[in-house]
Design a protein around this ligand. Sequence first.
Ligand code: G1P
Length: 297
Amino acid sequence: MKKKVTKAIFPVAGLGTRFLPATKSVPKEIMTLVDRPLIQYAIDEARAAGITDFIFVTSKGKSALEDYFDRSPELESTLRKSGKDKLLETLKQTYMESGAIAYIRQHKALGLGHAVWCARRLVGDEPFAVILPDDVIAADKPCLQQMVEGYAETGGCMVAAMEVPYEKASSYGVLDIKDDMGTIVSTKGMVEKPKAEDAPSNLAVIGRYILTPSVMKNLGKIDRGAGGELQLTDAIAMELQENREVYGYRFRGQRYDCGSKAGFLQATVAYGLARDDLRDEFSQFLDEMMALQKAAQ
Ligand code: G1P
């Protein structure tokens, strides 16, 4: 029987320079879509997929992220006294069971592969998930849950996958497809950030992974790859060289690249419009804005 995936790694050590000056004092993962920080979306998705152990790979300046998951007795009692039960419920979503969350420091910015490797002692000899909170995925069934169900059939390693335009391939890990079965594809290779002309396909890796313990071992063996960094993609590709399976999973859902300003704005609009309490006012405003834009052209 395949072992259940109960541990997830959240690499959150990045400096978030693309969002300076905001990220000078606020970790990128605390930036909000409507009223919830990016990290809350990632945690909710992990919980829905059955994750019970949450491992954060952090760095200097990320204490706001650690505080976010603490209890806040004062806020709680104020809300309780003033009968704000709904807000109290919202607050409780941020609480984690004691011992469910662990923080590991990445002391050097050596890349995503290195960040994941920093969590090796906490993961041990088990399959584990990796969630990149920058990739926000709106879906009826959360993306990692879809993948956990797929993984129950396939085993091996599994990465979330999505078609992108070839000219964008150089921003992603890209899959070399062996057998395309629709939702699930088997692979024969994986390349990190190839040039468009070298990309083996336009099926890109999105930031959700289910990985075997041997990938963790591979991370200790790989050399620096694309961008001079230790790449998670290279450690996963090593599985293929050793004849173990790596699958891509074409998830159902809309992915927003919240690591970019344009993607963050798109996600803000989409999540704003998805909210019953905001939709009418917000869509009216957007209509007016569009009309003004058109009139100005
Ligand atoms: C990382 C991974 C890449 C993946 C991407 C998805 O790149 O290295 O393989 O396609 O996330 O968002 P980054 O965006 O951190 O450069």
